[in-house]
Design a protein around this ligand. Structure first.
Ligand code: F6R
Length: 262
């Protein structure tokens, strides 16, 4: 795992955008991007859009996207559904057509098979090349709350009260935050070829430290990252504040050979 402590959220966004663009250029139209929603990736998405509009970004023709999760129980087209959110915040501005952006389907009549069908869609696409991730204050990854199986696949889950309170800012109140979600499992996420975890702000410091320096445990779902061979963690100063070895991570990054990349 490579942990990169950075000065601020803007640096996190620039470096994350470099990783995404590098992949899109390298795969020339066949890249499969794994997208997170929530607040943390928004500066990265804005940076990608800025570069795209400035003409310095790559072509997104042929790029396919898979979101991590989706609320269950919102009316179709609800602005806070993750399908609507990712279209608004990233894929529409980049010109990626809706039929190349996939998410678990919250259709109430087919919920029992939604997980299996999403796993099949991911397999058929050849898997995710770069998966952007955020981390919950309770250590959740996607919507795998504490106690989730480290081998889990896409399925229906129930949000904790802590996560519903955290996400109430996107809705009118906690009561309006759905209880149920469909989420890629931790085992699903581990299949992506490169995991890019973004963490910004002091509220993430304890969860990030537990995930990368604590024991591997279902009590901290993000600790599953320790099992993956290619993880990059981009953290701003506040989120990195709880890391016992942060000086070492800084030294490693400063001494990194340029040919290595992230
Ligand atoms: C979103 C997701 C969640 C968020 C996490 C952090 O698709 O899967 O795991 O990444 O809840 O959310 P923010 O970034 O809003 O703090």
């Amino acid at each position: 795992m490579e942990i990169v402590p950075l000065a601020d959220a803007e640096q996190v966004a620039r470096l994350a955008a470099d990783v995404v663009e590098g992949l899109v250029r390298a795969r020339r139209g066949s890249a499969v991007l794994g997208l997170a929603t929530g607040s943390t990736p928004l500066p990265t998405y804005r940076e990608l859009i800025r570069r795209h509009r400035a003409g310095s970004g790559p072509s997104y023709d042929g790029v396919r996207c898979f979101t991590l999760d989706e609320y269950v129980g919102l009316p179709a087209g609800h602005p806070e559904s993750y399908r609507a959110t990712i279209a608004r915040e990233l894929t529409d501005p980049l010109g990626i057509p809706a039929d190349r952006v996939h998410g678990p389907s919250p259709d109430p009549d087919q919920l029992a098979t939604a997980g299996e069908r999403y796993e099949e869609a991911l397999r058929a696409a050849g898997g995710v090349d770069v998966q952007i991730l955020g981390i919950g204050t309770d250590g959740h990854l996607a919507f795998n709350e504490p106690g989730s199986s480290l081998a889990s696949l896409t399925r229906l889950k129930t949000l904790t009260e802590e996560t519903r309170r955290d996400n109430a800012r996107f809705f009118g109140s906690v009561a309006e935050v759905p209880r149920h979600v469909l989420t890629q499992g931790l085992g699903t996420i581990l299949r992506a070829r490169h995991l890019l975890l973004l963490a910004t702000g002091a509220a993430k410091a304890a969860a990030l430290a537990a995930a990368v320096e604590g024991p591997l445990s279902a009590s901290c779902p993000a600790s599953v990252l320790q099992l993956h061979p290619h993880v990059t963690v981009l953290a701003d100063g506040s989120a990195a504040a709880g890391l016992a070895r942060r000086d070492h991570y800084r030294e490693v990054y400063a001494a990194k050979p340029a040919w290595q990349g992230l």
